[in-house]
Design a protein around this ligand. Sequence first.
Ligand code: BTN
Length: 247
Amino acid sequence: LFNRCIYMKETDSTQKVIKKLALQEAEAGVLALTERQSEGRGRRGRSWQSLDEKNLMFSMLLRPALKPGEVQLLNLAAGLAVKKTLRELCGIPAELKWPNDILCRGRKLCGILSEASGEPDRIYYAVTGIGINVNMESADIPDDISAVATSVCIESGRQFARWKLLVEFLDRFAGFMCLLTSRGGAAKLLALYRTSCDTIGKDIRVMQDEEVFNGRATDITPEGALVVQTGEGEKIFAAADVHHLRM
Ligand code: BTN
């Protein structure tokens, strides 16, 4: 799937770089990789900050045969691939928090953002961007996020070659994308996600816009939304922030 990699010492956002290439009719499989972003973007309009040369930040151009409403499935596939890579290559107990944050011992070390452009029935292109804290040490993590952020190095006690992590991730992600775009594959990918997502079965707090709900996460819908049993009955969240409560 991946055939071309653009490496930039610095850029505004690799999401933007890939979107420009998508509009110039670039083929699926292009990857933009950078050390430093001046306008790194996160989910729900947040920013994504990262120190240079220690982490991985990249975006991928995808042109899957999916409907825009199914773009969440790309997030789930990417989350599955990161979790698998971190467990198999780095030996850390990575957890997948719906929809696609990767945590270790309750702290976040990877964020994933998928954006798509298309018509109601078809995606023209999708951009999946990933930021993984790889070789940051405790002292590198800004004080204001030290309670909620971690890195592969902090969790495993050793440094990793970032290219190796990238290659191993791409290999696993290509496998999940192959499954997702095969006949009946979306259902199979969702079944894998349900068993791998650590949010399912947990007591959680969900924050959506200004509202807060407490409940137990019970399932994932075919579109990748989260089903939560709350005091007010069952609720379905297509996009929200989730916090795992201790059990
Ligand atoms: C999140 O957890 O909010 C998602 C963060 C996604 C960050 C990555 S870093 C590479 C790519 N370029 C961006 O501007 N954002 C994504």
